[in-house]
Design a protein around this ligand. Structure first.
Ligand code: GLA
Length: 393
């Protein structure tokens, strides 16, 4: 089965094949996300500007008469069984089931009680380990499915926080809140300006006129738990501590304005830490400018900010790599493209570009050909539109 051919109907048919015929199967969908701008600053108290897109993970669920929990996935091998009365702890032998057990563990610790078990089947058309948040789509889609099935009435914000906690405790990625938050709370035709220090948001209308977002998948897969993600986060903490020890009372790196950074930055003697901090300061500034540009319908300015964000992630934060740099470089040469940057954690995964709708075909062909010429294998390209957060079908 092709990943992109998954539909809710197909998922339900497969559910019945695996778990047997009967009433009560419910299907939920959970979107992928792109981050328009604001990279690697969610865990530095910054503001970020993601949007959910029309690629989905689907989760079929049905209560069982006993206390068993059974998970299957259309694309990942293995069926995993537990009992709702088990202690849910991380176990590497449980593979993808850890994402789900992390959520159950959070729910149980928060006092939610399960009167019975349930069967689950997952099917996703989001590229895995590809930078558009397949893992948060899984955590939040599953959490929402369980929430609705058992009538727990957990808020969307709490679902996002549970997804993040599960990622910290079960996946060993010290991630910020951006991905889970946007996936839980997104609204079609908007980007979401998430204030990650206050954990609150504002919807910003996403009016792209004749332009579209194109997702460019480098097809370089990476697991964040094996990447330098946690190291970057630790370097940021080191930079903040240096400035705080020198007497500045910045609560986080994104509270530092560019002017204050000119004054305080030179106190950081280690060049690498200095550049990590500089990225956070300049990226936060770009996010605020990007929101102004979107509100003023100034897409050219938004595009310029995307290029600048990529350059900062390449030179100061060092999370791009040859694949993402090639995609962005080649995209920038194409007619109709007004901006491009890597999106998500980097180290591989996806980039995005803003492209005029009449140039989409030539853009994909030319950028794709050039990418293959330089990197030696094909990328994957698709136009996307914004969508809603987790919901029942
Ligand atoms: C990953 C994390 C997010 C965020 C981005 C980088 O997607 O899950 O919390 O830090 O990387 O902006």
């Amino acid at each position: 089965m092709e990943k992109t051919s998954i539909t809710p109907k197909l998922l339900k048919e497969n559910f019945i094949k695996i778990y047997g015929f009967g009433d009560g199967v419910r299907i939920f969908k959970s979107p992928a996300r792109i981050n328009i701008i604001g990279e690697h600053i969610d865990y530095n108290g910054g503001k970020v500007l993601p949007t959910a897109i029309d690629r989905f993970l689907y989760c079929a669920i049905r209560k069982r008469p006993d206390t068993k929990i059974v998970y299957s996935d259309l694309f990942f091998p293995g069926t995993y069984s537990f009992d709702i009365n088990d202690d849910f702890i991380f176990d590497s032998a449980n593979d993808y089931a850890n994402f789900l057990n992390g959520i159950i563990s959070c729910m149980k610790k928060s006092g939610f009680e399960f009167p019975c078990g349930f069967d689950v089947l997952i099917g996703s058309n989001i590229p895995s380990a590809g930078g558009i948040s397949s893992s948060s789509a899984l955590e939040c889609g599953f959490a929402w499915a369980v929430n609705e099935t058992f009538g727990f009435n957990i808020s969307r914000k709490k679902i996002a926080l549970m997804g993040q906690k599960s990622e910290h405790e079960f996946i060993n990625v010290n991630c910020g809140i951006m991905d889970q938050y946007i996936i839980a709370t997104a609204k079609k035709n908007t980007a979401e300006l998430i204030d990650c220090a206050k954990i609150e948001h504002e919807y910003v209308p996403l009016k792209l006129g004749d332009y579209r977002f194109i997702v460019m998948n480098s097809k370089k897969q990476r697991k964040l738990s094996d990447s330098k993600y946690n190291e970057r986060r630790a370097q940021c903490e080191e930079g903040l501590t240096i400035l705080q020890d020198a007497g500045y009372d910045f609560p986080n790196l994104c509270a530092i304005t560019p002017e204050l950074f000119d004054e305080a930055g030179p106190l950081i003697k280690d060049d690498e830490i200095y550049r990590r901090v500089r990225h956070c300061v300049t990226e936060m500034d770009r996010v605020l400018k990007a929101v102004d540009a979107l509100k003023a319908n100034n897409l050219a300015e938004l595009g310029t900010l995307l290029y600048a964000s990529h350059a900062s992630l390449r030179d100061d934060y060092e999370v791009t790599g040859i694949e993402l740099d090639t995609l962005v470089d080649e995209a920038s040469k194409q007619h109709g493209c007004i901006g491009a940057r890597m999106t998500g954690a980097g180290f591989g995964g996806c980039a995005i570009a803003i492209v005029h709708k009449d140039s989409i075909d030539s853009f994909i062909k030319n950028t794709g050909d050039a990418y293959k010429r330089v990197i030696g294998y094909e990328g994957d390209f698709f136009a996307c539109s914004s969508g809603d957060g987790v919901s029942e079908i």
